[in-house]
Design a protein around this ligand. Structure first.
Ligand code: C2E
Ligand code: MG
Ligand code: MG
Length: 664
């Protein structure tokens, strides 16, 4: 049974080591003993004591009824009463008190048999007392009780057989009858032991299940339920306590790019790293996702902040996942409670703990937003938390109710000067706050998985616009930005199929812009999805190239169609101010990067597009360096869908100006 339990625990991720050999040596049907929780033991002892006293008091009238003298009867009652008094002494150990009470019950059985003159039915009393003694589920009281019965039947039965047996055959051969009684008594004992064993095992199973329910399967740390219980216990003891809620920054990207298996590896490594900073009495748990909680019993806010800083420092050394080394930062929210804290209406421990977790969560968000690393909960932060929640529900509503609008920014060919396509860029037409840029709501959408429906809305509007352009004989395609998260959802393929079909467009008129971190993926889910798109004829562009960490070698992982050089690199091309030495060299440096990126892109068969082209000088340099296309404020700012066709029609060719600049 124990091994079965152990296997169950392994399956549930509760244990990682073998069960103890000491425990395994015992046959499974033999109870372990002394496993009763204190409070259960106390209840059982209470009722055993009540029985002991009631029976002892009953011995007095029984003795008198059986024609014993008052003194004799009093003496018979006095012995178990004295034992009851002894077993009530609270500073004695539980085993001692249970042993005295167990022997007391058996003594009462012996006295009843004696007072009855050895009437055989009085022996039933022994059989009734055995399961009661077994309620202690402890070997010493149980053994003493059995020992007493053996003594009573073996020794007293031989020396004074009439006080134990009332029939001639037993009186003439007391050992034979002692043996018969011992055999029957052994059966009673086995029955009691069976109950004891089953109770013990049931309790163990319950304990394991409780542990499993309270444990995070990935890290074996306490989960929310476990943390709450442990926190409540500390609060119940009246200890001050601080709660730290740690959230990893940018973990979503790690998960999206490395896949869930890689993300899980990182989470387990972070748990190990955090544990090294903590004291044994501190509790580390995981709420789920990338959120960890530390309970610091007997620790005030100041101590908590110092530990929070140490925890964050522990994460600075980078983590190795597969062949990648990555930096992870964490934001920590701190909340604290002490018995002197003002509690709303004498809140119970469970409410205090729930509130502490909430406060730590609010503070963590403040830390994340302010990029301050740590923040301590202040009541004013609740306002910000409410605002955030409102923002999420507003965004959900915006996606459903057409508040999202798509702007389009043209790209032009640097060879012909004509528009070569447009990029769809989402905005939120907020009823009160006006037009909100994507930077203010895309991160929230990505955090809350609203991004999938947002991408669908943008795809729909973008392809609807392409249909309009084509109907007006303007044969241009559209580029749509797709977050890494959406590439983990196969639904995207079906959505694209459905929308292309709805607007009757060939796949080549759609280009999906992905960021370079998607190429870092080890788990090939996203790349597989992108290749599937390519097989259909949809184009793929690598956006913001040069803004992240992807090295050139990662570009081989996906045969993309377009490489968009990030505007941070393009912006470095043009030294705006007249030439202090450093700026010239920065511009030269930018030129080297741009040139080599263009060359590398071309050698991989990619069309190279420069983003963020803001001035004519940069455009000329890019043209001279062989860049294929350009996009930027110099050409046009992102514009509403209705402005696209008029812009395309009225726009004067840009090429002559380019040639002039290129020649200068
Ligand atoms: P992005 O895909 O790199 O888009 C180009 C951004 O650069 C746009 O900002 C555009 O307005 C801006 N830009 C264009 N030319 C210039 C220029 O000459 N100078 C400067 N300084 N900026 C220029 P926007 O519209 O604010 O979009 C920001 C980012 O938000 C986009 O970067 C893209 O990553 C994301 N985004 C926009 N729409 C969507 C969407 O529908 N889905 C997803 N997942 N992301 C989107
Ligand atoms: Mg883009
Ligand atoms: Mg970009």
């Amino acid at each position: 049974m124990d091994c079965i339990l152990w296997v169950m625990k392994r399956k549930l991720g509760v244990v990682t080591s073998q069960p103890t050999t000491a425990r395994r040596r015992l046959p499974t049907w033999v109870p372990q003993g002394s496993t009763l929780p204190d409070e259960v033991w106390a209840t059982r002892h209470h009722w055993v004591m009540a029985l002991l006293v009631v029976q002892a008091v009953g011995l007095l009238p029984y003795g008198l009824v059986r024609n014993y003298s008052l003194t004799d009867s009093l003496l018979q009652a006095a012995l178990p009463l004295a034992m009851a008094a002894w077993a009530s002494v609270s500073w004695l150990s539980n085993v001692t008190r249970a042993s005295v009470a167990a022997v007391g019950l058996m003594v009462e059985s012996g006295i009843i048999v004696h007072l009855s003159g050895g009437v055989i039915e009085a022996h039933f009393h022994f059989f009734v007392m055995v399961p009661i003694v077994a309620l202690y589920e402890s070997w010493i009281p149980f053994g003493l009780a059995v020992g007493y019965v053996l003594f009573q039947h073996g020794i007293v039965g031989t020396l004074d057989s009439s006080s134990v047996y009332n029939h001639d055959s037993a009186q003439s051969s007391p050992w034979t009858w002692a043996g018969i009684h011992a055999g029957l008594f052994a059966f009673a004992c086995l029955g009691a032991l069976a109950h004891w064993t089953l109770h013990e095992h049931a309790r163990q199973v319950r304990e394991q299940l409780k542990q499993a329910i309270e444990q995070d399967a990935l890290t074996s740390l306490p989960n929310r339920t476990g943390l709450k219980r442990l926190g409540q216990e500390a609060i119940g003891r009246g200890d001050p306590i601080s709660v730290l809620l740690i959230d990893l920054d940018g973990f979503k990207d790690v998960n999206d790019t490395l896949g869930h298996a890689g993300g899980d590896l990182l989470l387990a490594q972070v748990a190990t790293r955090l544990r090294t900073v903590l004291d044994v009495r501190d509790v580390l748990g995981r709420l789920g996702g990338d959120e960890y909680v530390v309970l610091l019993p007997r620790c005030g806010p100041e101590g908590a902040r110092a530990i929070a800083d140490r925890l964050r420092d522990s994460l600075t050394e980078n983590f190795a996942i597969h062949d990648l080394r990555m930096d992870i930062n964490g934001s920590v929210g701190i909340s604290s409670w002490s018995p002197s804290s003002p509690d709303p209406e004498n809140a119970a421990a469970v409410e205090i703990m729930t509130e502490l977790l909430r406060q730590a969560d609010v503070a963590m968000y403040v830390a994340k937003q302010a990029r301050s690393g740590t923040a301590r909960y202040e009541p004013v932060q609740d306002h910000e938390a409410r605002r955030r929640l409102t923002f999420i529900s507003e965004l959900r509503r915006a996606i459903d109710s057409e508040e999202l609008v798509v702007y389009f920014q043209p790209k032009i060919s640097l060879v012909s000067g004509s528009p070569s396509g447009l990029e769809a860029l989402v905005r939120w037409q907020h009823p009160e706050r006006g037009l909100i840029g994507p930077g203010d709501f895309i991160p929230t959408a990505e955090r809350t998985s609203l991004i999938d429906s947002l991408t669908e809305v943008v795809l729909d509007k973008a392809l609807a616009a392409v249909r309009q352009w084509h109907d007006a004989d303007v044969l241009l395609g559209v580029s749509v930005n797709v977050s890494p998260h959406s590439l983990t959802n196969r639904q995207l393929v079906h959505t694209v199929d459905r929308l292309l079909h709805r607007y009757d467009l060939e796949p080549r008129w759609l280009c999906l812009e992905i960021t370079e971190e998607v190429l870092l993926v080890d788990d090939d889910g996203a790349l597989f999805l992108l290749r599937e798109m390519q097989q259909r004829g949809v184009l793929i562009a690598i956006d913001d190239y040069g803004s992240g960490y992807a090295s050139m070698s990662y570009l081989q992982r996906l045969a993309a169609d377009e490489l968009k050089i990030d505007r941070s690199i393009v912006g470095g091309l043009a030294a705006q101010e007249p030439s202090p030495v450093q700026q010239r060299s920065a511009a030269d440096y930018g030129l080297v990067i741009v040139r080599s990126t263009i060359e590398m892109g071309h050698s991989l068969g990619l069309r190279v597009v420069a983003e963020g082209v803001e001035n004519a000088e940069a455009m000329a340099t890019l043209t001279a360096a062989g860049c294929d296309e350009a996009q930027g404020y110099l050409i046009a700012r992102p514009m509403p869908a209705d402005d696209v066709l008029p812009w395309l029609r009225t726009r004067a060719p840009i090429r002559p100006a380019l040639q002039r600049l290129g020649a200068s």
